[in-house]
Design a protein around this ligand. Structure first.
Ligand SMILES: [Cu+2]
Length: 174
């Protein structure tokens, strides 16, 4: 057996395997996309297409009385900065990140949602009392991490605006 040939073969194989490892977005990414489940989202295009475009962020009213809230956590803010939800109603939260790992903590409650780029984090929550909740990022995400805060305004159900299909509730409109 020729060890030198085997060694050359193994080194060549190793180098060939290294190429896709360093070109993740060119090789692995398109292959992985074929196996994507609906909870995956492309962090590079989420601002321009799909569920997390700006016009779709905020609070959506569902026919069963519950609401769906869509948000983006990114360095170093939450979009929208303020979300409006009715009190005592099931809230389906859907949130994703285009850059780093973040976490959305609702201060004064037990809710803390980890947000990872490429995935949609979902959480079922309910805020029984009207009032203003502060939120903060609880996962160190870079220089501006400590300024990464937002607000949740919980209003009594009768004060929550009736939203048309396609319309999203926001604090400013309130
Ligand atoms: Cu952070």
């Amino acid at each position: 057996m020729n060890w030198r040939k085997i060694r050359t073969f193994l080194i060549t194989l190793f180098v060939l395997l290294l190429i896709p490892a360093t070109r993740f977005y060119q090789i692995d990414e398109p292959i992985l996309r074929m196996f994507r489940n609906p909870r995956r989202v492309d962090p590079f295009s989420l601002h321009v297409e799909g569920e997390f475009v700006e016009s779709n962020l905020g609070t959506e009213q569902n026919s069963d009385g519950s609401v769906t809230v869509r948000m983006i956590a990114q360095q170093y803010l939450f979009i929208p900065h303020c979300i409006l939800v009715p009190a005592g109603v099931p809230v389906h939260l859907r949130i994703t990140s285009p850059d780093a790992v973040h976490s959305l903590a609702f201060l004064g409650t037990d809710y803390n949602v980890k947000v990872t780029p490429g995935a949609i984090s979902v959480a079922e929550m309910q805020l029984p009392r009207a009032g203003e909740y502060k939120t903060a990022c609880r996962e160190f995400c870079g220089a501006g991490h400590y300024a990464m805060r937002s607000v949740v305004k919980v209003v009594p159900q009768e004060q929550f605006p009736v939203l048309q299909p396609g319309e999203r509730g926001a604090c400013a409109a309130q």
